[in-house]
Write a protein that binds this ligand. Structure first.
Ligand code: HMG
Ligand code: MG
Length: 319
């Protein structure tokens, strides 16, 4: 028996330095953030969201986004991105030298208000300005949609609402729409339901999936996404993460856990699993607490000399 066909190659978008660290209460030094990004670059991640140029009053941990982006040792072939909420953030991001930016809208009104103090309509109007100025600067814009599988304030979110926001973002000129499970509530049956509505309005090749792993369903959701042909997935080293404005949201899907599964499925990513784990170990040592990645925990528990066993098992490629 075989699994259904899936993409041969997947792009892993590393969001640990942004989505991962934005929720950390204790300050992390700029030098440590830069080192974290550099280790992730060494691991072969093709896209790294390095920081957020949001209001430092709202997210103090991202206040040094400018210095972080300026401090990165740029690796050829890696796209360094940053989150921006408005043209002020875009200006800062462009000055710091990002390769691309990401705007973020929501599929539910209450989350939009809590996250950016704007209605969905107001946030889209703000993104229109970002997209216009970014285009003039020759910089691509990615568009996130939060609460696509459920809202912490409103509960269920209709897929048609997600599709509508996706279409609006596409009209503004985003190159990719990241359909996001902000609070890690999605289950695999929802994935094709939501995507079916989205791909009626947005070409499937321009859809990415962004899962948080609050309920342990993120990898199952990725598998559902792969089966319906999605080939871009966000993840965060070590499973860092959460959103300060989404109560109960836990970390993102861990990059190691994602890459381990993709390696096992024989899907190319270009990412070195051991090197991602090194980056996670580094930031874990700075945070002073164990990170939730299951792969990382298994690596720590492996008897001496056998730590690469799971890497080798993960390399089996029969599908
Ligand atoms: P506001 O308070 O409504 O509006 O914030 P404001 O324009 O009055 O701004 C307040 C102050 O911030 C002002 O300073 C602005 O100048 C300043 P003051 O005049 O009081 O001295 N300011 C800025 N400073 C630096 N950079 C900027 C910037 N913008 C304003 N870019 C605003 C509105 C949108 C700015 C605010 O609500 C905000 O920054 N929100 C960001 C929230 C956030 O970062 N959330 C987490 C990221 S989203 C996420 O995690 C979800 C995602 O992962 C996908 C998923 O999982 O769902 C992407
Ligand atoms: Mg997120």
């Amino acid at each position: 028996m075989r699994l259904p066909p899936m993409p041969d190659r997947v792009t892993v978008v590393e969001v640990g330095p942004r989505d991962g660290l934005q929720n950390e209460g204790a300050p992390i030094s700029t030098a440590d953030k830069v080192r974290f990004v550099d280790l992730l670059s060494d691991a072969g991640l093709p896209v790294i969201e390095a920081a957020a140029f949001v209001s430092p009053k709202w997210v103090p941990q991202m206040a040094d986004a400018d210095e972080v982006v300026r401090g990165i040792a740029r690796r050829t072939g890696v796209r360094y991105s940053a989150l921006v909420p408005n043209t002020k953030g875009l200006g800062r991001a462009l000055d710091a030298g990002v390769d691309e930016v990401a705007v973020f809208a929501a599929a539910s009104e209450t989350f939009s208000r809590r996250n950016v103090n704007q209605t969905i309509e107001e946030s889209l109007a703000s993104h229109a300005g970002v997209c216009r100025d970014a285009r003039a600067a020759g910089v691509r814009v990615r568009g996130y949609i939060s609460t696509c599988f459920g809202c912490p304030y409103e509960g269920p979110v209709p897929p048609s609402r997600v599709a509508e926001v996706a279409a609006r973002l596409l009209d503004l000129g985003v190159f990719e729409v990241a359909v996001s499970d902000t609070i890690g509530i999605a289950h695999p049956r929802q994935v094709p339901e939501v995507l079916e509505a989205v791909v009626e309005r947005v070409p499937a090749a321009r859809v990415a999936l962004h899962f948080h792993d609050t309920r342990g369903t993120a990898l199952a959701n990725v598998l559902a996404g792969l089966i319906v042909g999605v080939a871009v997935f966000d993840a965060s080293a070590g499973g860092l993460g959460g959103c300060p404005f989404a109560p109960g949201a836990a970390g993102n899907l861990a990059t190691e856990d994602l890459v381990y599964m993709l390696d096992g499925l024989g899907i190319e990513t270009g990412v070195d699993l051991g090197a991602v784990a090194e980056a996670s170990r580094f930031i874990e040592s700075r945070l002073g607490r164990p990170l939730p990645s299951r792969y990382l925990q298994a690596l720590g528990a492996a008897p001496q000399g056998t730590a690469d066993l799971q890497v080798r098992c993960g390399e089996r490629t029969s599908r």
